[in-house]
Design a protein around this ligand. Sequence first.
Ligand SMILES: [Zn+2]
Length: 250
Amino acid sequence: MSSEKTTAIVLRVVDFSETSSVVTLMTRDFGKITALAKGARRRKSPFEAALDVLAICRVVFLHKKSQSLDLLTEAKLERRFRAASVDLGRLYAAYYIVELLAALTDEDDPHVPLFDLAEDTIIRLDSGTGSPYATLLRFEMHALSILGHSPMLTHCVGCARPRNQPDQRVSFGLNEGGILCRSCRKGKTNVVGLSSDSWKTMVQFAQADDQEPTTIADSCQAETRSIMNQYLSHLLGYRPRLQKYITKIR
Ligand SMILES: [Zn+2]
């Protein structure tokens, strides 16, 4: 059993006993962990306000090698999510990110770039940078890329032919995880259509560079949201709980 120090995002807090909680944390160096926080429910908690969902904190924990829970020994708040009181859309978007992080990652499987992306995204949502809609799409595209689930957007996922009719509607195969040309589309199920503009938006957001857009045209918002919701639900095998709340945010 070793004592470890790292930065963490609080994903979930569940009451464990009258005085203790079990917390799920996305840590920068150790991936997702579940730890017992003894005394976290006491009025004078040793963790003070560090263990709220969406809080970013410095933690020290005892890492168990066996199946049992890790033991959280310290948590010091670095940043609290404050936008909750002013903008429900930003709060839902941030909660959705936490839900996706918990669903898309395994315990003890660290992805430093994913942690950094999530931290940056939560800070963007909290500080009001860009539209929450765009911030969410950026997170999803980059997170899927880090985890090896990027949708294939520029070439047909069936035959690798580049997309060559840029003004026509695009077919996206949910089972195949990418766009389908006319001949590969034949006979496929779970295919959804999207406009050429929505497709361009998704391509722009999938590119990891500093020039990426911070807004999405009104005409593309519903369609890009719908396709990402469907694609993520398909990947996970269920519909994330918070999807119904994020379809209307702007
Ligand atoms: Zn094809």
